[in-house]
Design a protein around this ligand. Structure first.
Ligand SMILES: CC(C)(COP(=O)(O)OP(=O)(O)OC[C@H]1O[C@@H](n2cnc3c(N)ncnc32)[C@H](O)[C@@H]1OP(=O)(O)O)[C@@H](O)C(=O)NCCC(=O)NCCS
Length: 344
C-alpha cells in the first residue's frame, strides 16, 4: 500500500471512486462531471489551500483518496479532511493509511487541529457507519452533529410556502429584498459584497459549532467576490437573496442556493445568515422562501433541495420543517489535535 500526492493522471480513477461511493455514502448520484470534480481536488478558494492524497493497494490500483483543506487568512491552526475509499475495497486499511498520511502532511504545513465529518444513515438510508467507527476507533473526539434534510419540491404543496412567506413578511416590515444569480442573471451587486463580508466574518461565532475549534473568518468584499469566481470555476451557479434594512441600507441577512450547471433539478442550500441585530423578524423564513421562489423561476425543473444544519440549530430546523424538508441523514464531526511537538 502507498500514499502519494494527487497527479493529473489520477483524475479519472478518483472520479470513478467518487461516482461509485456517492450513492452509498450520501444518496443519489454524484452531480459533478470529471472536470468540475477534479477542479475541486486542486483549486482552492481565496484564503484556502487544497491538497489531495491518493492511496494505492499492493497491485498499484487506486483504492481511495483524501483532500486536505487548510486556511491561510484565518483558522491557520486548522485542517479538514474528506474523501472516500472505493466501497468494494473498504476495511482493508486504506482509510487508516490515508489518515496517517494526512496527519503527516498537516504537520508539515504547521497546522495542529484536524477535523472530519462522517455521514450516518437514518433508517436504511445512505451513509457509512464504517467512517464513524473508524474515527471513533482512532480516538478522535466527536464535537458536533449535523442533520441533513431533503425537500421534494415536486410533491410539496407550494401553498404552504406561500403561507409561510406571507406570514414571515408580516413580521419583516422595514426590510426589502434583493435577488440575483451569479453568472446567470448578472454578477453579485457590488454594494452588497461589504455587507455579506460582514455577515461571513461573524459566521463561526453566530452559528452553533459545538466543540469545534474554529475562529471567525477574515472576510472582505474582495474575498466574497473571489468566492463567486471560484464557484463559477467549479461549474456552479449560485442563486442569492439578501434582505436589507430599508432605513439604513444595511445587509441584514443572506441566503444562497447552489446549482451544478447541467444538473439544475437539484439545489444545495448554502449559508443562511441573519445578523444578530436583525433577528426576531422572521428574516430566515423570508430569505429561504423568497430565494426558493426565485430559483424556481430560473429553473422550473427544480425537484430536490438539499440542506444541513447543526443538530441543535432549533430555529433553522423549525424553518426547514415548516417548508417541508425531511431528515435523511445525520453526521458526526470529529476533531483531533496533533499529538506531539514532533508530529507538528
Ligand atoms: C472512512 C473510510 C475512508 C475508511 O476507509 P477504510 O479503508 O474502509 O478504513 P480501514 O480499513 O483503514 O479501517 C480502519 C479502522 O476503522 C474501523 N472501521 C472501518 N470500517 C469499519 C466498519 N465498517 N465497521 C467497524 N469498524 C470499521 C476499524 O477500527 C478499522 O480497523 P480494523 O479493520 O483494524 O478493525 C471509508 O469507510 C469511506 O470511504 N467512507 C465514506 C466516505 C467518508 O465517510 N469519508 C469521510 C472520512 S475521510
Amino acid at each position: 500500500m502507498s500514499v502519494t500526492p494527487f497527479a493529473p493522471s489520477d483524475a479519472a480513477a478518483l472520479h470513478a471512486i467518487a461516482t461509485e461511493a456517492h450513492p452509498v455514502d450520501h444518496g443519489g448520484p454524484l452531480l459533478l462531471d470529471r472536470e468540475s470534480f477534479t477542479a475541486g481536488l486542486t483549486h482552492a478558494a481565496e484564503g484556502e489551500r487544497v491538497d489531495t492524497l491518493v492511496v494505492r493497494d499492493e497491485t498499484g490500483r487506486i483504492a481511495g483518496y483524501t483532500t486536505v483543506t487548510t486556511w491561510t487568512r484565518d483558522n491557520t491552526h486548522l485542517a479538514e479532511i474528506s474523501g472516500a475509499v472505493l466501497p468494494s475495497l473498504r476495511r482493508r486499511g486504506h482509510g487508516r493509511a490515508l489518515v496517517d498520511a494526512a496527519r503527516a502532511h498537516v504537520a508539515e504545513l504547521g497546522r495542529r487541529t484536524l477535523v472530519v465529518e462522517t455521514k450516518n444513515p437514518v433508517g436504511d438510508g445512505p451513509g457509512d457507519p464504517g467512517a464513524t467507527a473508524m474515527f471513533t476507533a482512532l480516538g478522535w473526539d466527536e464535537v458536533l452533529n449535523e442533520n441533513y434534510y431533503r425537500l421534494d419540491v415536486t410533491s410539496f404543496d407550494p401553498q404552504i410556502w406561500e403561507k409561510e412567506r406571507l406570514h414571515a413578511w408580516q413580521k419583516a416590515t422595514g426590510y426589502d429584498l434583493v435577488t440575483w444569480a451569479d453568472g446567470l442573471a448578472g454578477p453579485m451587486p457590488t454594494e452588497l459584497a461589504d455587507g455579506i463580508a460582514a455577515l461571513l466574518g461573524r459566521f463561526q461565532s453566530d452559528m452553533p459549532t459545538g466543540g469545534l475549534a474554529v475562529e471567525d473568518m477574515d472576510y472582505d468584499a474582495a474575498r466574497v467576490i473571489a468566492d463567486v469566481e471560484h464557484a463559477g470555476r467549479l461549474g456552479r451557479t449560485v442563486v442569492n437573496a439578501v434582505v436589507r434594512h430599508t432605513a439604513t441600507g444595511e445587509v441584514a441577512g443572506w441566503t444562497k442556493l447552489s446549482f451544478k450547471r447541467g444538473s439544475e433539478d437539484t439545489a444545495s442550500q448554502g449559508i443562511t445568515m441573519v445578523a444578530a441585530a436583525h433577528r426576531g423578524h422572521r428574516l430566515g423564513m423570508v430569505l429561504k422562501t423568497e430565494n426558493l421562489n426565485y430559483a424556481r423561476s430560473l429553473y422550473p425543473g427544480l425537484a430536490t433541495v438539499l440542506t444541513d444544519n447543526a443538530a441543535d440549530n432549533t430555529y433553522m430546523i423549525a424553518v426547514n420543517e415548516a417548508m417541508g424538508f425531511t431528515l435523511h441523514q445525520r453526521s458526526s464531526v470529529f476533531q483531533t489535535e496533533l499529538a506531539s511537538r514532533e508530529e507538528r
